[in-house]
Design a protein around this ligand. Structure first.
Ligand SMILES: Cc1cc2nc3c(=O)[nH]c(=O)nc-3n(C[C@H](O)[C@H](O)[C@H](O)COP(=O)(O)OP(=O)(O)OC[C@H]3O[C@@H](n4cnc5c(N)ncnc54)[C@H](O)[C@@H]3O)c2cc1C
Length: 496
């Protein structure tokens, strides 16, 4: 066996976050990435949901904010064919930042390697075998093929996940036929843009801003940045597209011609991308010593949420895996990864599939469904509920023996006063360690947690419970005031 504890296959956002979290938990990860350098095809442009709170816990949120390309926070987010208006909330129930995936990955890689993780690029995992104590990966690297063995391996290798196939884990679900092609292009000669966003072309005349539906697809037109038009086409395409094949301006032009029946002049492209939606989830997230996370575990048929769910998998998995490797994990701890994150992934799929249902129909009944749904979202409570569902902040993990309303929920970021000054829950979680937070002066309960959690005493204005036991992933394992409950919860999550 090597000195590697966990082989991570794939250096996307999920794999890089996992590597960093494993380092924080004291484990030694090795990331193997088949691409010699970062992919050039633009992918995500937005990061939203609970992962922003988790990045705040790790002290990374300010750095992510530094990568934002459009500082205006989105006031409305699309949900299928309707929009959820967030302008009425002081504290939006769905937070979002416009960040390019490539910039995010660079930041995460710096973070992970800064903590001591190794990332090997140009190393493709081509074979796997496992026994009771280890997993061996066959790797094709720049200097030939070699084998590497470690106690665990995690497939963070994307939607087509070779790891998932090699582990024999099914990936049931649907791949939808529609292909979306997006182009942000400079306004060329021959194209007039009107004040209301409509465009005028020599061949097709005036085309209105927003959606134009035809028999062959949908043409969407918008303009967020002066001098640039945003165009999207949606067409049914029977084949599966390959994310690794970059989209070209000619491909966008051909698609526009098929949808609108004529040419739209296109200037120099600023961004070109395409995507196809699938709704799929791995049957299980663990097969022996092989685990799955991110797109390898789930594909969601809606925009803006996949990275949130994938990176959240990593934060959930890392501390459990590290405890297992370090021999301090209570019985069954690692299995709670599948139990918790498969359920969270299924819930993300639920809202994501609902968006497909709302988006796909173009007859009067479908229009009526969208109109009624949109009307319901005028209701503040409905909008808040839906936004929390999309953000993943309504996820509640089962916490045996802890009946408190906060148990199983993501911890609120309370402002705290300690003997050393002002702090917050997020700051206490920077090191990704379990935290026992005593808000009521309970030395007996603090004593119980010594050695298994970082113990802090503080005062909070709105005290949700006397004492909170918080897991490294920010979820409340236990809240209350009785020693027996705390003792049980400590044993369940952090060992006897
Ligand atoms: C056009 C487009 C727009 C998108 N927009 C958004 C958005 O706005 N918001 C959002 O949240 N999501 C968005 N997504 C989805 C998002 O890009 C994915 O959810 C995200 O990349 C998944 O991260 P991951 O780390 O799980 O997998 P990936 O990013 O797919 O990374 C997997 C890595 O594994 C590597 N790999 C694969 N096989 C092997 C092997 N055998 N050996 C070694 N390495 C291997 C791959 O090269 C790759 O680098 C978009 C996707 C596309 C295509």
């Amino acid at each position: 066996m090597t000195d590697v504890d966990v082989i991570i296959v794939g250096a996307g956002p999920t794999g890089l976050m996992l590597a960093a979290e494993l380092r924080l938990a004291g484990a030694r990860p090795l990331v193997l990435e088949r691409r010699p350098e970062q992919g050039k095809t633009p992918k995500a442009h937005g990061l939203s949901g609970q992962i922003l709170d988790l990045l705040h816990h790790r002290g990374l949120l300010e750095q992510v904010r530094g990568l934002v390309t459009d500082p205006v926070p989105p006031h409305r987010f699309p949900f299928g064919g309707v929009h959820v208006d967030l302008t009425r909330f002081d504290e939006p129930p769905l937070k979002a930042l416009s960040v390019r995936q490539q910039s995010l990955e660079r930041l995460l890689e710096e973070h992970a390697t800064g903590l001591g993780a190794e990332v090997r690029r140009g190393h493709e995992v081509v074979g796997l075998r496992q026994d009771d104590v280890s997993v061996t990966a066959e790797v094709r690297g720049p200097d030939g093929t070699y084998e590497i063995t470690a106690p665990y391996l995690v497939g963070c290798d994307g939607g087509r996940s070779p790891v998932r196939s090699m582990a024999g884990i099914g990936f049931p679900g649907t791949t939808y036929p529609e292909v979306n092609r997006i182009g942000q292009v400079k306004i060329p000669e021959g194209l007039t843009v009107h004040d209301n966003g409509d465009i005028e072309t020599p061949e097709l005349g005036r085309i209105k801003a927003g959606f134009t539906r035809t028999d062959t697809g949908v043409f969407a037109l918008g303009s967020l940045t002066p001098g640039i038009v945003f165009i999207q086409t949606t067409e049914d395409d029977p084949g599966e597209i390959d994310d690794d094949v970059p989209m070209t301006l000619a491909e966008l032009g051909d698609s526009i011609r098929r949808v609108l029946g004529g040419d739209v002049p296109l200037g120099e492209p600023v961004r070109l991308s395409r995507y196809q939606f699938s709704a799929r989830q791995a049957e299980r997230y663990r097969e022996g010593r092989i685990l799955l996370a991110g797109d390898a575990a789930h594909l969601l048929p809606s925009t803006g949420t996949a990275i949130n769910v994938g990176m959240s998998d990593s934060v959930n998995l890392a501390w459990k895996l590290a405890a297992e490797i370090q021999g301090r994990a209570p019985e069954g701890l690692l299995d709670t990864y599948h139990a918790e994150r498969h359920a969270a992934g299924a819930r993300a799929l639920l809202q994501s599939r609902a968006q497909v249902g709302l988006r796909r129909g173009h007859d009067e009944a479908a229009e009526a469904l969208r109109a009624v749904f949109q009307e319901l979202l005028d209701d503040e409570q409905a909008a808040r509920r839906l936004a929390s569902h999309v953000a993943g902040t309504d996820t509640r993990y089962p916490m045996p023996g802890s009946p408190h309303a906060l148990a199983g929920m993501f911890v609120p970021d309370l402002a705290l006063q300690t003997d050393d000054g002002a702090t917050s829950v997020a700051e206490l979680l920077r090191g990704a360690r379990p935290v026992l937070l005593d808000l009521a002066g309970r030395p007996d309960l603090r004593e119980l947690a010594q050695g298994r959690a970082d113990v802090h005493t503080a005062k909070a204005e709105d005290r949700p419970a006397d004492v909170l036991l918080i897991r490294p992933d920010g979820y409340v394992a236990w809240a209350g005031d009785d020693a027996e409950g705390l003792r049980e919860s400590l044993a369940t999550w952090f060992g006897a």
